[in-house]
Ligand binder design. Structure first.
Ligand code: NI
Length: 145
C-alpha cells in the first residue's frame, strides 16, 4: 500500500469529512478508495462497452397497465442470458416493484435495461452497473432446453 498526500481547499475538505461521516466510513482513506474505485469503474465501462459487468435494475410499474406485466416477463425470458434473477414485490393495489440481477457485457446489459424501463407504465427505472472481471465468461447459460 502506498501513502498519498493530497491538498484540497477548506470547503472541499469539510464537504469530504461530512461525506465520510454521513456514509459511515471508518476513515477518510476508505472513503477516498471507494470514490476512486467508482470513478475508475465508470471510466472503464465508458471506455469499453463490451466489458463484463453485473448490474441491478430496479423499477416500479403499474400492475394494471394493459399487458405490461406479461410484456415485462416476456422481455426477461427473451434475455434469460442477461437477466439471471428477479424479485417482485406487490407494493399496493396498483404498483409493483421489481429488481433484476443482470450479468453480461455492459452494452448488452444497458440495452436490456433500457428496453425494460422505456416501456409505458414503468417508472423510476435505475440501473446500477458494477464492472467485474469474470474468470470464465463462458459460464453463461449454454443449456439447451
Ligand atoms: Ni405485483
Amino acid at each position: 500500500m502506498r501513502r498519498l498526500t493530497i491538498s484540497v481547499d477548506n470547503a472541499l475538505a469539510d464537504a469530504f469529512d461530512e461525506l465520510v461521516k454521513k456514509k459511515s466510513y471508518l476513515n477518510r482513506s476508505e472513503a477516498f478508495r471507494d470514490l476512486v474505485r467508482k470513478e475508475l469503474g465508470d471510466a472503464e465501462l465508458e471506455d469499453s462497452d463490451s466489458s463484463w459487468c453485473v448490474g441491478t435494475l430496479t423499477y416500479v410499474y403499474d400492475h394494471h397497465a394493459r399487458q405490461l406485466a406479461n410484456r415485462l416477463t416476456e422481455m426477461q425470458h427473451n434475455h434469460h442470458d442477461i437477466v439471471v434473477a428477479s424479485q417482485h414485490v406487490h407494493l399496493d393495489h396498483n404498483n409493483c416493484l421489481e429488481t433484476l440481477i443482470m450479468r453480461g457485457r455492459a452494452n448488452e446489459v444497458k440495452a436490456c435495461a433500457h428496453a425494460i424501463t422505456s416501456q409505458t407504465g414503468v417508472h423510476h427505472g435505475n440501473l446500477h452497473i458494477i464492472p467485474v472481471e469474470l474468470s470464465s465468461p463462458s459460464t453463461r447459460m449454454a443449456t439447451k432446453f
